[in-house]
Every structure is written in C-alpha cells, then in structure tokens.
Design a binder for this molecule. Structure first.
Ligand SMILES: [Zn+2]
Length: 135
C-alpha cells in the first residue's frame, strides 16, 4: 500500500508542477505579444485593430497632436472605439467579443440625465460602437 501511496503523491505533485510550467509558458507568450495583441479586424477596412491608451482603433490610423494641443487622426481609415461608453468601461474581454461581431448586453450605463440603464452594444462601422435597440 505504501508504494501506491507513493505513486499518488508523485502524481499529485506532478500536476501542479505541470500547471505552473504551462502558466509560465503562457506568460512568456503573452509578454512577447504585448505590442501586437490580436483584437480582430477593423470593421471598416479589415486591417488589424490595436489598443492604444483608452481606445481601440484601426492600426492604419495615425494620430498627431495639432496646434491647439488636441490629438487628431491624420491618416488611416479613422475607425475607433472608446473604452468608456455612457459611463461604463469596456473591458478587454468585452472588446474582443464586440470585435468578433457579437452584440454584448451590458448593465449599468448612465444616461446624460444620470439614469442607469442596461443595453446591448455592437460594433458600428461609422461610429465605433452603437447601442442595439432592436433587441
Ligand atoms: Zn480600419
């Protein structure tokens, strides 16, 4: 019986070790890809989307600071989606789902009059994101 127990112990020890090894490999891959994370294709022109600061935008976009100190898109297709919509922060996970073409229902938006509401949002080719009131 002690031999069997030994085997169990060894098996039990091996599982977390493997799990840790996998996590480490995963972390390395993620670090390597930080600058080129896959978010999906731009809904307007099909080029990859990247996250810059507090928005997701088409990788063809170029932003430059204008004379009055504001950032303006000077080149590229111009598609962008802000990470904050009606008082609600769009998480990376939600952004991925949206960019995959899904309509995502989120709770806790705040209207201009301060009223809380739930709504479904989807990617919009022109405006970045749009509330989907058809559902
Ligand atoms: Zn684009």
């Amino acid at each position: 019986p002690s031999e069997v127990m030994d085997m169990f112990h060894r098996e039990a020890l091996r599982i977390p070790a493997d799990a840790t090894a996998n996590l480490k490999a995963d972390a390395v891959t993620r670090t390597a890809n930080t600058d080129a994370q896959e978010w999906g294709d731009c809904p307007r022109c099909g080029q990859p989307v990247r996250k810059t600061g507090r928005m997701w935008q088409c990788s063809t976009n170029k932003t430059e600071k204008t004379k009055d100190g504001k950032w303006a898109t000077t080149a590229g297709c111009g598609w962008k989606m802000f990470a904050r919509i009606a008082g609600k922060t769009i998480t990376d996970q939600t952004a991925r789902r949206l960019l995959a073409g899904q309509t995502v229902t989120l709770k806790g938006f705040t209207s201009k009059s301060g009223k809380k509401f739930d709504a479904a949002i989807r990617i919009d080719k022109e405006r970045g994101t749009a509330f989907d009131f058809d559902r």
